[in-house]
Write a protein that binds this ligand. Structure first.
Ligand SMILES: [Zn+2]
Length: 182
């Protein structure tokens, strides 16, 4: 799966593109790629794969010194956008590519995920935007289900009928809007 699709699905696409913009201001960046597959398993990690490019300035500085400075700058920029290094070492691949793992759980507070319910009776649609903790709870609920507790306790702010139509795994999407209320 393309990282950009995962980023969109998990509501972190703006964060990721801000990071790309910031990293691209560095003259020694050849390419930037991400592995966000952890999100699919609710592991909130951003893996950055960044490739170094030599410039006349870096050649003058000497490769090892330039590479060190490059990595320090990369880490600083990532940190400034809320990413935290994990204990994983930075892995180095041929062609000056680096593989760096970051804990991105601080991004969860700003995450949003829109869910849309369709009334089974009149067809009316309504969208509710899950925010922050609600998003992570929603993702957890999708794999753990009702063992987590009652839906009304897990999602107290989501209107009842939207909860039935979009979250409850046992409703099969069946829900009735307040206008059609039974
Ligand atoms: Zn209705």
């Amino acid at each position: 799966m393309e990282y950009i699709n995962i980023a969109e699905w998990f509501g972190i696409d703006k964060k990721v593109s801000a990071l790309v913009d910031k990293l691209n201001t560095m003259p020694n960046v050849e390419s930037i790629d991400f592995d966000l597959n952890g999100y699919l398993d609710r592991i909130y990690e951003v893996i950055l794969i960044i490739t170094f490019r030599e410039t006349p300035e870096s050649k003058e500085m000497g490769f090892y010194k330039a590479k060190d400075k490059f990595l320090k700058d990369v880490l600083k920029k990532c940190k400034s956008l809320g990413l935290k290094r994990t204990s994983d070492r930075i892995e180095e691949y041929g062609d000056y590519s680096y593989y760096i793992v970051f804990d991105s759980s601080s991004w969860n507070a700003d995450r949003e995920l829109a869910i849309t319910a369709t009334c089974s009776c009149c067809g009316k649609e309504e969208t509710y935007t899950l925010k922050g903790e609600e998003v992570t709870t929603f993702e957890k609920y999708q794999s753990e289900g009702r063992s987590m507790g009652y839906l009304q306790d897990l999602f107290p702010k989501v209107p009842n009928w939207i909860r039935s139509g979009c979250i409850d795994q046992f409703s099969g999407g069946f829900c009735v809007c307040p206008d059609c209320g039974m």
